[in-house]
Design a protein around this ligand. Structure first.
Ligand code: NAP
Length: 265
């Protein structure tokens, strides 16, 4: 596959992907083309050397690998308008469009194209996304290429497409759950004496460090909890009170409620 990447939909996510690939050194700006209708907004990318266009057909001429980053209600029209130019021997479509299935993509293109469905999260803007990927009819080379791309933008896991809704909840909604947890820590921190800025720093860095302990050491949360909980100490007293108030149960119920909502809609 050539190194060029086209991104159809230069909004929040499309631009974050382009910038992440450039900042990580994975892509040269000239090897990326981004489309949207209002290309004036893409001027900062253009100044970095990224190609910009309002013509999606140009994206298909430019690259084999085409990332779709438009809103769900826009994608069918776009794919239908590109039917004639889409070539199953040349193109690999990678869609980050929420809720738009591989089956939808095949139906809209009218072709058995190699496609990858991706579910990143907002931390893609700082190359710290958790991205879940599902593939259809892709070669090993294509799969490795997509893996490389999203590995520049955070961590990657390949899943069965039937788990994409679950990935949306745990990986994408998960950012919001984590923010609420941090916010509650900040509120508690203020009540026990810190100003808001200091409480925010302590809460965010502590959560980041805790997550890194799991990611870098591969340990289980409970192993790390054991290291902090002195018998008769303040940590276990606080943890047990949180559990009496339904801490773990409320998180699990929230995750299941989000999942049920996706399934219902
Ligand atoms: N934000 C996230 O963290 C996140 C995470 C996972 C998945 N997603 C999914 O990613 C997709 C994009 O999200 P977003 O937040 O980046 O949305 P967004 O900021 O609204 O970006 C969509 C972009 O598509 C462009 N567009 C619309 N019609 C077009 C067309 N015909 N040809 C080319 N470009 C066109 C729009 O620009 P113009 O109006 O100028 O054309 C806009 O810049 C959504 O489907 C979302 O569900 C987002």
């Amino acid at each position: 596959m050539n190194k060029r990447i086209a991104i159809i939909g230069g909004g929040n996510l499309g631009v974050a992907i382009a910038e992440g690939l450039i900042d990580s050194g994975f892509s040269k700006p000239a090897d990326i083309l981004v489309t949207r209708r209002n290309i004036k907004v893409l001027q900062p990318l253009k100044e970095k050397g990224v190609q910009v266009s309002d013509d999606n057909k140009e994206a298909l001429r430019f690259a084999n690998l085409v990332i779709l980053a438009v809103k769900p209600f826009q994608v069918t029209d776009i794919l239908e308008s590109l039917r004639d130019e889409l070539d199953i021997k040349k193109h690999l479509l990678v869609s980050v469009v929420t809720g738009y299935t591989i089956e939808h993509m095949i139906r809209a293109t009218g072709k058995q194209l190699p496609v990858v469905r991706a579910m990143p999260n907002t931390a893609i803007a700082i190359q710290e996304s958790m991205t879940c990927l599902a593939a259809h009819e892709v070669s090993k080379e294509q799969r490795d290429h997509v893996d490389d791309i999203f590995n520049q933008l955070g961590r990657v896991v390949w899943i069965d497409e039937k788990l994409m809704d679950a990935a949306t909840v745990l990986g994408a909604c998960g950012t919001a759950y984590a923010m609420r947890y941090i916010r509650a820590n900040i509120q508690g921190g203020i009540e026990i004496g810190f100003d808001a800025a200091t409480a925010s720093l302590i809460a965010a860095q502590t959560v980041k460090g805790a997550a890194d302990l799991l990611l870098k050491k591969g340990s289980h949360p409970e192993q790390e909890i054991d290291k902090v909980t002195t018998p008769k100490g303040c940590t276990i007293a606080g943890l047990n009170e949180m559990e009496h108030q339904g801490f773990s149960s409320s998180l699990i119920k929230g995750i299941v409620a989000s999942y049920d909502k996706i399934a219902k809609d």
